[in-house]
Design a protein around this ligand. Structure first.
Ligand code: CUA
Length: 156
């Protein structure tokens, strides 16, 4: 069987690239200890959200200088809390879960875009430097009133 010279070069390039990727993944996984995010998975019984801390007391509370923790539950069709107020420059640590189906938690105008999955707890931090009213939307289709599912954060 005759293989064209250019095909041989291209095959060799493909095999070399595969070897390079395997070495990169091997070094980052075994030598540098990188793990997929599931390495710190945090789960919850979705039927017991209302009695499981911290979700038994949803809301926003100050945990430091310009630092807040927002414990949020999502459900068809809303969020608790559905309105929050913080001073500009505050960092908010969001902790979210769902009481029923998959919901989304997207803060318009920021890169905050979380999934609220029943049985899972999701975490994300964001610093609100610009004052204003931030709309929060559910961006996972969750039922008949999905488009009504919203909340807001007022940064002043
Ligand atoms: Cu909740 Cu869409």
């Amino acid at each position: 069987m005759h293989i064209h010279r250019l095909e041989k070069i291209w095959l060799g390039f493909g095999v070399a690239m595969l070897a390079v990727f395997l070495v990169v993944i091997g070094i980052s996984g075994f030598a540098m200890g990188m793990n997929p995010p599931s390495g710190h998975a945090h789960t919850i019984d979705p039927q017991q959200v209302d009695v499981t801390p911290p979700f038994d007391k949803p809301g926003i509370r100050q945990v430091g200088d310009k630092e807040y923790e927002a414990v949020i539950t999502s459900f068809a069709f809303g969020f608790d809390p559905n309105e929050m107020e913080i001073p500009a420059g505050s960092t908010v640590h969001f902790i979210i879960t769902s009481k029923d189906v998959v919901h989304g938690y997207q803060i318009v105008g920021t890169n905050v875009n979380m999934m609220a999955v029943p049985g899972e707890v999701n975490h994300l931090s964001y610093t609100f430097d610009k004052p204003g009213e931030y709309l929060i939307l559910c961006n996972e289709y969750c039922g008949i009133a999905h488009e009504m599912m919203k909340a807001k954060i007022v940064v002043s």
